[in-house]
Design a protein around this ligand. Structure first.
Ligand code: IPD
Ligand code: CA
Ligand code: CA
Length: 263
């Protein structure tokens, strides 16, 4: 089994490197940008073509597996039985369009609902964060990552999605006030990399399965907590208000929720 996972990891790594080359090449031509649900929810020709490419290749690598993809080129899932791959072809599409930077490709591989491998590829920095239980650790390229320091909310920076704070959903303003400060990167993948590297102590956002599938595997393997904002397990088939944090910061945030703190 361990041998199989190792081989699978090599195949996924090669696949993502090829996908990156294709995305960089497509960035040389004008993008086709469409709105999905509103003017801040975008999709480009590259999101679509990259998802199609990734899913076709995943079916070649792992014919028995099912694939859930953000842009709809995969399977419709009612459960997580067997092997399931969850794909976000471009995470941070707004950054991709406006900045040409700070976006990621993400793949999570689950076996009977248990995350085994996660991949977050920072495309412009060319660093592939990958690992999980099946690899016995988490790596940035070839470098094994240490678990981030288990710091309390008051001692570190927290990542969050802007609208949650603006509308003060689930005590967000009190949480940010209790931290050392807030940072907003505009890509769940980039936010999660920052936690892996110890640059922030957590992240709070409404996320779909493809936004958190890879990161959940990686962050849990590094000793962080990945739950809903009230400490419950995530439902990996629907949206969740997700809290990713060090153990201590999670405890502090759950206390703010329980005490119903507001500013
Ligand atoms: C979005 C980004 C964004 C987060 C949204 C996600 P997308 O993903 O990760 O930072 O706040 O919730 O949907 O749509 O660019 O893949
Ligand atoms: Ca996403
Ligand atoms: Ca996406």
């Amino acid at each position: 089994m361990a041998q199989d996972w190792q081989q699978l990891n090599e195949q996924v790594t090669a696949l993502l490197k090829t996908a990156r080359e294709q995305v960089l090449a497509k960035m040389q031509s004008p993008l086709t940008v469409d709105e999905k649900t509103n003017r801040k929810d975008l999709v480009t020709n590259v999101d679509k073509s990259n998802e199609q490419f990734l899913i076709e290749q995943i079916h070649q690598i792992d014919p028995a597996a099912r694939v859930l993809g953000e842009e709809g080129f995969g399977d419709t899932l009612q459960d997580l039985d067997g092997r399931v791959w969850i794909v976000d072809p471009i995470d941070g599409t707004m950054n991709f369009v406006k900045q040409r930077d700070n976006f990621a490709m993400m793949i999570g591989i689950y076996q009977d609902g248990v995350g085994q491998l996660g991949y977050i590829y920072d495309v412009m920095q060319d660093v592939l964060y990958h690992g999980g239980p099946a690899l016995g650790g988490v790596f940035a390229g070839e470098r094994r990552l240490k678990a981030p320091a288990n710091i309390a909310l008051a001692d570190g920076l927290i990542g969050a999605s802007g609208p949650l704070v603006v509308h003060d959903i689930s005590h967000m303003q009190a949480i940010v006030h209790a931290s050392a400060g807030m940072r907003v990167y505009g890509s769940a993948g980039i936010e999660l990399i920052n936690i892996m590297l110890g640059k922030t102590l957590g992240y709070i956002s409404y996320l779909k399965p493809w936004d958190i599938a890879a990161g959940k595997v990686l962050l849990e393997a590094l000793g962080c907590q990945v739950t809903t904002i009230d400490g419950q397990p995530l439902n990996m088939l629907s949206s969740n208000l997700v809290l990713v944090a060090t153990e201590k910061a999670q405890r502090d945030i759950l206390q703010i929720e329980e005490d119903d703190v507001s500013l």
